[in-house]
Design a protein around this ligand. Structure first.
Ligand SMILES: [Zn+2]
Length: 283
């Protein structure tokens, strides 16, 4: 299938009270793993790359991988720019052919965040590419993205105003999740999520899904989350698979062999999370 945008699949998820899993991919085997998992689960799937992944190989390189994977797949696939750090990067991703774009102005003032998010919405509108923005700060560290302490939770009334003034298609909110892995049990402000849901009509996005107990993610989905981002745990799964393989086969020099072991671990993880999101058989 051709790549699609996030608009319809997130709307359907919102109506059906489930979420779409969004998985950060960083090499060809991770792309293969995510596609294979989505096909086995008959689930729509979002693949995404951060600016640091984009810097590593270029937008076109990752997009080409995902396009080929999608063209062979029987399930809908989205290629999404995760944490687009500037208007320019968003424009480059749009031009390259990404089908969904996040502009992250959450480090800016409220007004500046609105300005840059609205500019990206206006740019993407003619092509129908959906735009995700972020209000409030998701803490923690992921690549060169540093949300710091992330104590700036999303204010419901600000969220309402933000969505109205920018026209974004979906909104990432800060309710206590963080990027990277958690030190202790993460405390999610689910009441705040419900308050935001009451006043904001567009699909809501949960960042920092790695390390949140599945039951908490499901409660967040019940309260209106329609997209859950997973990144760190895919890295852990891939690296674990490769490490274990090389431990038992220390003389192996064929990257296809040990990368395949990483692929299998990522695939297992993604299948589990598709189940947690409830999007199996929603393709
Ligand atoms: Zn994020």
């Amino acid at each position: 299938m051709e790549l699609i945008t996030t608009k319809n699949i997130l709307k359907k998820a919102q109506e059906g009270h489930y979420a779409i899993g969004a998985f950060n991919v960083e090499n060809m085997e991770m792309v293969m793993a995510v596609i294979s998992a989505a096909e086995e689960m008959n689930a729509p799937v979002i693949m995404q790359t951060t600016p640091s992944t984009v810097k590593y190989a270029g937008l076109d390189y990752f997009l080409a991988n995902v396009k080929v994977a999608a063209s062979r797949a029987s399930v809908p696939v989205v290629m999404h720019l995760d944490h687009g750090s500037s208007f320019d990067l968003a424009a480059q991703a749009l031009r390259a052919g990404y089908t969904s774009i996040m502009i992250d102005g959450s480090h800016e003032s409220f007004e500046d965040n609105i300005a840059v998010s609205k500019a990206v919405v206006d740019m993407c509108k003619p092509s129908g590419v959906a735009v995700e923005a972020e209000l409030g700060k998701v803490g923690g560290k992921e690549d060169d993205l540093d949300g710091g302490e992330g104590d700036a939770y999303t204010d419901p009334q600000e969220a309402r105003e933000f969505v109205e003034r920018t026209g974004v298609d979906s909104l990432a909110i800060a309710i206590g999740t963080a990027h990277g892995m958690y030190k202790g049990e993460p405390k999610l402000d689910l009441e705040r999520l419900s308050e935001i849901r009451e006043v904001v009509s567009v699909p809501l996005v949960l960042h920092g899904g790695s390390g949140i107990p599945d039951s908490k993610v499901q409660e967040a989905i019940n309260r209106g989350i329609c997209k859950v981002n997973y990144a760190t745990e895919l890295r852990i799964a891939f690296t674990h698979g490769v490490n274990e393989y090389l431990k038992s086969n220390p003389n192996e020099i064929d990257p296809k062999k040990y990368n395949k072991a990483g692929l299998e671990e990522v695939k297992k993880f993604v299948k589990e999370k598709i189940q947690v999101c409830g999007c199996q058989n929603k393709a």
